[in-house]
Design a protein around this ligand. Sequence first.
Ligand SMILES: *Cc1c(COP(=O)(O)O)cnc(C)c1O
Length: 849
Amino acid sequence: MKIHSFKVTPNLPENMKFLEELSNNMWFAWNWPAITLFLRIDEQLWEKSQRMPKWLMATVSQQRLEELSKDQDFIAHLNFVEKLYRDYQNNKDTWYNKVKDQGKENFLTAYFSMEYGIGEGLPIYSGGLGMLSGDHIKSTSDLGLPLIGVGLFYQKGYVKQVLNKDGWQGEEYPENDWAHMSVEAVHNEQGNNLTVDIPLGRETVKAMIWRVPVGRTSLYLLDTNLPENAPAHRTITEQLYGGDRENRIKQEIVLGVGGVKALKAMGMNPTVYHINEGHSAFLLCERIIEIMQDKKISFNEAKEIVWATSVFTTHTPVIAGNEHFDFNLVKKFMEPYVAQLGIGWDAFLDFGKETPQSPMFCMTVFALKLSAYLNGVAKLHGVVSREMWKNIWTGLSTSEVPITSITNGIHPASWVSHEYSELYRKYLFDGDDSLNNFDQSVWNKVENIPAEELWQTHSIRKEKLIKHIREKAVRQANRLSGNVNLARQASKVLKEDILTIGFARRFATYKRATLLFKDPERLAAIVNNPQRPVQFVFAGKAHPADTAGKEFIKQIYNMMLDPRFKGKIVFAEDYNMNLARYMVQGVDVWLNNPVRPMEASGTSGMKAALNGALALSILDGWWDEVGPCDFSWSIIGAQSYQSDEQRDAVESQALYNLIENEIAPVYYDRDQDNIPQKWIKKMKTSIKTIVPFFNTNRMVQEYYERFYTKAHYYGNILKTEGETAALAAWRQRIAANWPRVSIVDVTGNIDRTVLVGETLKFKARVTLGDLKPEDVVVQTQFGLRSLGGGFDSAKDFSMNMVGKEGDVYLYEVEIHPETSGRQDYAMRILPFNKALPHPFTPIYVRWEM
Ligand SMILES: *Cc1c(COP(=O)(O)O)cnc(C)c1O
């Protein structure tokens, strides 16, 4: 049977035409009045639509539309939403318009990520990385920051989790219903689909481009599922993280290389490129090639421009989580690019090798070596990343490895419940509902929310969570057994007045979803405490290939059936944005217990805090920047353990102790109106401490101030005629002369005790070969020696050139020690060039020997 399709669009009454525009912009996803407008069109259809307004509009009857067009209330609501939308889209008074300065006229950042969590109706995400990219994009829209997102257009959504009756995770791969998602094909001047050609080894694949409007920001998605492509090429973008290694490298070439080509084909000229996790790092190659061709300059010169304008964010402290490819695979598909770079295979592969002996090509290393601005996603993750990748910068102290950190955030408007949003609107924002102001003074006003009202709001959300979980449980029971009794039991799980702790995350083993079950006896006593009972909601998917993660799910599932835990510990199937929202908005406490320091940042706890939940967390990721504190609970482990077994035993007991002795008593401490005043005090402190900082508006501002503006600035310098040639020539002179650069001797050896603030004079005599003093900086590094060699923390003092004796230059500096105790110092020489954002690539550093 051959089935033909064609598309019919709704014939919208004149006064409802705005619905079409509204349906085509993901802006609705974080604007409750827009969502209620869709609900009002047809509540049941909206629930069924998976939050795809275009599907709703295509499904609702013409009669219903006609009816609504005559409904004054509906039209008033629609006009209100239209005004909100237009005011937002046309707002000139944005943060960016206030901070941008001269010379930023063409500023534009291109942001590349493998996944984006913008909304349920656009399932091109799997987990935290996608949520972060989605929230990043939304905040750029709020802030008015010029940025475009680039990603892939997957034919299938990410794995749907379906448990069997033994609790074993099965997977389904639903087809995405693109015709009804908020996307539009990008056309060329002739009105046909704009496509780009992407070489993959000896073959070429075509990709078309889709645009997703996200408020004011656009996200572009590449799609290889075109009839012109060979069957094996059509499926490259079939599924996020799907297929074998060969398909993965093809996906990453399509994303990185194809993304750069697509931007060019659309006439865009980004001045800054942000590589969000290593998947898209091949964009660096394509950019170098394009610049070599456009400017007719050498690889070395083009690389200077690309390096100075590229930002790279690493997200995973687990080595295996960093993308690695076999050299053969890289050779097979990157051949045409390496030929154009003209540097030969060995030199190319070196960019992807951490050390000369590295057996594989690592995308993270490739990005680290070719980007000037590098960061991890929380302070602790910065420390871990510097340690993890220090081999790339031999000669530097680990503390000086140029990977800094910018702590992740969330986009609050996307994660706040509308009930809480209403509270904030009323008590914090005087009726303005943009939830866009993160001034501490504004958030301090949570203290003005009456305790009963806050508690009431929280209770409403908790009821909704429990209702949602019950409905899911009933559906699951019906699917698995059809047994009426089981379905009836499922409809009664959890209770509204019991302390509820939530845990939802990817079931990667380091997240330790089963830590709570380490001592089932102890847990049973806590759960069934007659005065102070506790219940738990779990959710999370294991990667389809992760058997250990699936074992964890099965273990929790079986615990759930244990009579001691029945109806009190629930595992909710298929964790996604929707379930995440119910959970973070409804639980009392958000539990997070990864193995420290494996959690790069984590963001779900921030979502929970925004909605008044308190934290119970290991001091890892972002929480390491908050806890220990008096408004939530930190699981404090030992610095080191003899075994994983011992660590889990110690930390699970700490967890039980906190729940039993600290959390439950405060939760159940009620006043005469049954209000937990002490608990509510903690909720308020938590909200005002966490929300003003742990949000993506602050995060994007940091990326802008610390990275994007610099990248734009240095990119402009290098645009000047002759600058790259001068820089490349300078690098050659540095390389040629470096063996002759040395510190001959130093004076300043201090063999007595000095006073704080006293003036100390340090002198060095140095040789520079044929280099000039302006080619280098000579520094005294002053700080604390680290056990592993180098400094733990240090301050650099540039020394002044004060004279020359023959070939030897004399340098000195005066230093006033600011703290007492032991002080260490060392002297060194680094290359210096004002056209470089920093001197640490490739690394030349000469220490006193
Ligand atoms: C927020 C979120 C995540 C990331 O949360 P973590 O704290 O990093 O585990 C993952 N998946 C979904 C669906 C989310 O909403």
